[in-house]
Write a protein that binds this ligand. Structure first.
Ligand code: 6GU
Length: 238
C-alpha cells in the first residue's frame, strides 16, 4: 500500500514512523511519502493561502500549490505502477470516518491525504481532481481541529492496523470495538495477571476454562457497556 500525505507541517506526520505503522513501513508493507505543500509555491514567501471570496474570517488555501503538488504525486505513483488513488480530504464537514471506512481504506492500493489548515482548501481542488482520484471528504468526529494532520494520524493508524500482515495476530480484530464480528458493539473489560491485585479479583468466569461461558459473559459485558456509553449502537433505542 502506498500512502502520500501533503501538509504545510510535514514534521507533524513523523509519529507515523513509530510503533505499528513504523514497523509496517520498515517491512515494506506501507510505502509512506510525506510532502511539504510549500515546495510547490513559487513566490518568495512560499504563500499557500489568501482571503476568502465572499468575505468572512480566516484564510483559504490557494488551489495552485495543491494542483502542482497533487500532479507531481500522481506522476510519481504512475511511475510506481499505481493508478487512480483515493484522495482523502480531512474536514470537519465531511462524512463520518468509522471502522467501516477504516476497513475500506485498508483494502486500497494507494491513498493521498490532503491536510488543510486555516479555513480549508479552495473547493475547486476536490472538483478538479475528481476525474483522476476517488475523492472522499472525511471527518473524525463532531469537533473542529486546527488542521487535517491530527485527523490523518488517526485515519492512517486505524487503516494500517487492518492491512493484512501489519498486526501480529489478525484474530485480535474480532474483539475490537465496532468490529463486525462483535455486532458493532463496544469491547468489554479485559484482565491479565495477577488474579488478585490490590484487593481486586479477576471475574472468576475468566478462570473457569469454560470457553463457551467466557464467550457468553464477554458478549453480555459488551452489550452492557454499549448500552451505557453508546446506546445509539444498539439500534433504535437511543
Ligand atoms: Cl478530518 N479535520 C479537521 N480540520 N477538523 C476535524 C476533522 C477533520 N474531523 C473533525 N474535526
Amino acid at each position: 500500500m502506498r500512502i502520500d500525505i501533503v501538509s504545510v507541517f510535514p514534521e507533524y506526520l513523523e509519529p507515523l514512523r513509530l510503533s505499528l505503522v513504523g514497523k509496517a513501513i520498515e517491512r515494506g508493507q506501507i510505502d509512506l511519502h510525506v510532502h511539504d505543500l510549500r515546495d510547490f509555491t513559487s513566490d518568495k514567501h512560499r504563500t499557500v493561502d489568501d482571503a476568502p471570496f465572499g468575505g468572512g474570517p480566516g484564510m483559504v488555501m490557494l488551489p495552485e500549490p495543491w494542483a502542482l503538488c497533487l500532479e507531481s504525486i500522481l506522476e510519481s505513483g504512475k511511475a510506481d505502477g499505481r493508478s487512480k488513488p483515493t484522495l482523502v480530504i480531512p474536514v470537519p464537514s465531511g462524512r463520518q470516518f468509522t471502522q467501516r471506512q477504516a476497513e475500506d481504506l485498508a483494502s486500497l492500493d494507494w491513498m493521498i491525504f490532503a491536510c488543510g489548515r486555516y479555513e480549508g482548501i479552495d473547493s475547486r481542488v476536490a472538483d478538479y481532481f475528481a476525474e483522476r482520484c476517488e475523492v472522499r471528504e472525511l471527518s473524525i468526529g463532531d469537533y473542529v481541529l486546527a488542521g487535517g494532520e491530527a485527523a490523518v494520524l488517526v485515519m492512517v493508524e486505524a487503516a494500517a492496523r487492518l492491512v493484512p500482515g501489519v498486526l501480529g495476530n489478525p484474530e485480535s480484530h474480532n474483539d475490537d470495538s465496532f468490529s463486525e464480528s462483535n455486532e458493532g458493539f463496544l469491547e468489554g473489560p479485559i484482565y491479565t495477571r495477577p488474579e488478585q491485585w490490590r484487593g481486586l479479583a479477576v471475574p472468576p468466569i475468566l478462570l473457569s476454562g469454560d470457553h463457551a461461558a467466557v464467550a457468553n459473559w464477554r458478549k453480555e459485558q459488551s452489550r452492557e457497556r454499549t448500552a451505557k456509553y453508546r446506546p445509539d449502537l444498539l439500534g433504535g433505542q437511543e
